[in-house]
Unconditional design. Sequence first.
Length: 114
Amino acid sequence: MKFVMDINSIIDALNLTIFSSGKEKIVENGYTSDLLSVVLAKAPKKSLWITVQRHLNIIAVASIRELTGIIICNNLIPDEEVIKKSNEEGLWLLGTELDPFTISGKLYKILKDG
């Protein structure tokens, strides 16, 4: 199933923290996983990746998969190096206090309902 929504609408609806702003403005899907190899194999383009990972490798994975951005859960904050690389790659790097299950459900609902 493919949905389309503007990233700014999602940020507002989910009350997300912005660590870095990306180039792409469209979100067509979401993908939740903490295993980088699974994300590399399965995450659809123009998705928001939901994870608790916050190290530099998440930026490489998101860039390779052509994702719109990453939502880091559980109030975890990425290092400055990760934020800098996200800016260089043009990826949205976002944060939430919510756990992956809860934010995934909320993202699904707003994408589904438009």
